[in-house]
Design a protein around this ligand. Sequence first.
Ligand SMILES: C[S@@+](CC[C@H](N)C(=O)[O-])C[C@H]1O[C@@H](n2cnc3c(N)ncnc32)[C@H](O)[C@@H]1O
Length: 372
Amino acid sequence: MNAESNPGANQAPAVDAIDAKALKLFAFKVWSYKMGEVVSLMIHLGDRLGLYRALHDAGAVTGTELAARTGLDGRFVEEWLLSQAAADLLTRHDDGRFELDALGAAILADEGGSVDFAAGAFAGGTHPDVVEALVRSFETGEGITYEEQGAVATAGLARMNAPRFRQALVSEVLPSFDGLTERLAGGTTLVEIGCGAGVALTTVAAAFPNSSFIGIDPSPTAVELARRQARDDGLANVTFIEGFAADIAEAVAEGRPGVVLAFDCLHDMPRPDHALTAIRAVLADDGMLLVKEIRCTGDFDRDRRNPLLALLYGYSVASCLQSALSEADGLGLGTVGLHGDRLTEMATAAGFGSVTQQDLGEPNNLYYDIRP
Ligand SMILES: C[S@@+](CC[C@H](N)C(=O)[O-])C[C@H]1O[C@@H](n2cnc3c(N)ncnc32)[C@H](O)[C@@H]1O
């Protein structure tokens, strides 16, 4: 078909007809994303090589001093420091020394002490084989599972979520649900579906030795990491099982769980509706289902108030929607697809009686307390 037979074709204005300033601004916006990709790699290197940790509390240092502290090559360390100063992630003083201030340390260095630690989310890029699989998904409509997204992604996701789980789940999140900590302290069975590498579950299991815990996830890599975490933490009250949420009844051999957790996973499931039905069938009649989902409204224009919305949609195309379309009958909700109204509708259809939203002030997440 040529342009004459397709009047819509070739209608983009010639480049010299475009406002030159607008063109530059648009190009700058696009190159800023490229800069983000490259700075992300620098953050990965800084985290992986221990450069941020060595800068933490070191005061102002030269590149040579930082190289000596880390045992790394001086010229590469100097250039990396300049890249970080250029990205405004650390300060370059007039005397040429570099310093990571308290804010930078909280976000980039202090993994064990800062709930806002973020450098763990910078896993170093997407494996080329996974990129090829993403291309194929657009051609076939069939997504890839979390397992197929690769071991680096599985471990990276666990590390990304760990600071909040390790430092706020037991002290801040659980106590905001009516009766939950009392129930766990007294002794109950808690099942977590879509538990990933088990960071949340091992944290809760360590805090409540009277209760028993079962984690379920279809990813063998995630389950293996979770089992290793439980062994490292010396936990005898937690079991991890490879399986789907819809098979929760088989995982819970006896009794009915008093608590089920579904953290950041329902929107990833091809059939969250089936999962909710299966959970309702096993949950004790006085039990509770706690859901953590992405903060979203179902309205794109309202969701745009989130300045990180493009990050969420990117995660969706590359990860969550992939998983949600990894089976032929997948609903394909994606990262920003399970808002409160939709979750309420699904939970009600699955036989639950009440859904209460809990906003704990986390920028990208909301919680829901769902009861029979
Ligand atoms: C974004 S990760 C969240 C992991 C963990 N809950 C967390 O918050 O870090 C989503 C998890 O859901 C799991 N998942 C996907 N489909 C599932 C299904 N049908 N049943 C149970 N888990 C599923 C994936 O394997 C993955 O580990």
